[in-house]
Ligand binder design. Sequence first.
Ligand code: GUN
Length: 282
Amino acid sequence: MGKIIDGKAVSAAVKDEVRAEVAQLAAKYGRVPCLCVIIVGENPASQVYVRNKVKAAEYTGMGSRLIELPASVSEEELLAQIAALNADAAVDGILVQLPLPRHISEQKVIEAIAPGKDVDGFHPSNVAGLWLGKDCVLPCTPAGVMRLLDSIGIDLSGKDAVVVGRSNIVGKPVAKLLMDRHATVTMAHSRTVNLAEVTRKADVLVVAVGKAGLITGDMVKPGAVVIDVGMNRDSEGHLCGDVDFASCQPVAGWITPVPGGVGPMTIAMLMKNTVRCFLAGR
Ligand code: GUN
């Protein structure tokens, strides 16, 4: 029976680490890091995520600002808001919650954020930094996945890692981070022929597709580490991942639950990134 990787506990430890760091920064610099979160419109899931980000910032002792803009805000107004925050020395990190309304270009918005304040690690210069192996801000969810893997003490060198999903936010960066740890990485996605055959080779299986129940027990190698990045709602409205936990846990060596796995890690790593941006700005 696979052991559970407790994302809540690991994220609590990370947030406590940050909390201690913030207290030291306050003493040293006379100011705490400040995270500014922008939400556009009233997507209920986004509202929950954003609230949790602000709550986490408060827990660590950081400053936080929440800017709520109506769905009707123009791209120009949003870009002007970001420009003002870029210029504001009291703001260390800027996060614009995605998705954005269709009339606003997400890419333009991402590129408008000063790379030094880009706590999501989505700006092209930070993406380039990741792929070139520079010391830069890492996207929060992939960084959280790596932290979970570290929490179980796995040596990734030479391991077969399979990443299902090729998004810019999770799949692609997590593959790079696994390569950096010397794993042999295979990317699988919606056009992969015979997905089960590919996933069954994985010592480490990271799933980030957004399709409930995509991975079933017969697709998992016995003893594998299964990391579920999915965030879906089942027919009853309950949060569930991409991995069918009931059939996969008996086969896996380790497995993350949803909720309580990767989700809380994203927010914890965001706190780390905010401290990082604060320090880079000193
Ligand atoms: N929407 C879903 N995940 C994320 C994330 O990591 N950052 C932002 N800004 N928006 C998101």
